[in-house]
Design a protein around this ligand. Structure first.
Ligand SMILES: C[S@@+](CC[C@H](N)C(=O)[O-])C[C@H]1O[C@@H](n2cnc3c(N)ncnc32)[C@H](O)[C@@H]1O
Length: 323
């Protein structure tokens, strides 16, 4: 079975309730990384990472039971399809595992009080937490963004606005696919002020720029060939999500397209595992939106030719064009 795990499979496993703690503990202590480059016994891993041998052996066996790690006699190695995700660099999943770990810690603390109608305890992100969240999003998004760029028809697309585009992970992937493209990324000032430094001296320096502001208040400008809404509608309630789509449609040139990239879910919102779990994670401030909801908002915004393209089992692109 291990050779069938890909990015979608990995994400499903990471979101699995039963396995979550084990995987994140492993991520934090580097077990997955330790087994990415070579096979090792649990004792060797424990000694390398200065961990308790019994606990390490149990965790590695539990990882094996979930197909994340493969056994060969006494030694274990990360399943082959997962190795590229744990070898360091910007696409490494370590920051994403840290993000999931703190997310599940907050679930442990807040889920029951939330169910009783009490407020979810949150504090504004510190700048260090913002940077960590940005690294987690970049790790997840870099690969998916490439898939999105390959799936979309970007011919003739010269200008795009990436609303809530973070550190420009999607904008970069689109610029790599479409050499004539220039992208504007709109994000909160904390991100928009810090992100440009990350592209200094790179091929993107003259092709990406940032605007800092709230996406429900800031002027989007106009005349864009493409306005991207990647993973932002889910963090808003329905009226605000619909308003973001309306604003995006207004910012288009005639013939331009609004492109939504987000988690998929079935129409009744009770069958799709990741979509339904993600809706819990968006607790009372957001949701996983169904295709009819997204289509409806696009059509209300005057967009035509609304179409859906699946990006594996858990994500989709839903796009519509300005007439
Ligand atoms: C889940 S991340 C998605 C980032 C990127 N689009 C992607 O798919 O990788 C959500 C982004 O929305 C930004 N954001 C949240 N609230 C915002 C607001 N009110 N105005 C502008 N950006 C906002 C966050 O800073 C973050 O970069």
């Amino acid at each position: 079975m291990t050779d069938t795990i890909d990015l979608d499979g990995l994400q499903r496993l990471l979101w699995n309730f039963a396995g979550q703690r084990v995987v994140t503990v492993a991520g934090r202590t580097g077990i997955l990384h330790a087994l990415a480059n070579r096979a090792a016994t649990p004792d060797e891993v424990a000694s390398e990472l200065d961990l308790d041998p019994l606990a390490t052996a149990k965790i590695i066996r539990a990882l094996c039971a979930q197909n994340l790690v493969a056994a060969d006699g006494e030694t274990y190695r990360l399943a082959a399809p997962l190795r590229p995700f744990f070898t360091g660099g910007t696409g490494d999943y370590g920051p994403f595992l840290d993000h999931l770990h703190s997310m599940y810690e907050r679930w442990g603390e807040n889920l029951e009080p939330w169910l009783r109608g009490e407020a979810w305890k949150t504090a504004p992100r510190t700048s260090e937490e913002t940077a960590r969240f940005g690294a987690a999003m970049q790790a997840v998004s870099a690969r998916i963004a490439r898939r999105v760029a390959e799936t979309l028809d970007l011919e003739g697309v010269r200008t795009m606005l990436d609303v809530g585009g973070g550190w420009g992970q999607y904008a970069k992937a689109m610029c790599e696919t479409q050499p004539e493209l220039h992208a504007t990324v709109l994000d909160v000032p904390q991100v928009a002020d810090a992100a440009p430094e990350s592209i200094l001296g790179t091929e993107f320096e003259d092709r990406l720029s940032w605007i800092g502001g709230d996406y429900l208040e800031t002027d989007y400008g106009n005349g864009f060939d493409l306005v991207l809404l990647a993973n932002i509608l889910h963090q808003e309630l329905a009226p605000r999500a619909a308003e973001i789509i309306r604003r995006a449609a207004v910012a288009l040139a005639p013939g331009g397209q609004v492109v939504v990239v987000d988690f998929a879910i079935d129409d009744a919102k009770n069958q799709h595992v990741l979509g339904a779990l993600f809706a819990v994670n968006m607790r009372s401030f957001g949701d996983t939106y169904s295709e009819p909801e997204l289509r409806g908002w696009m059509e209300e915004a005057g967009l035509a030719n609304v179409e859906r393209q699946d990006l594996g089992p858990d994500r989709w692109i839903i796009s519509g064009r300005r007439r």
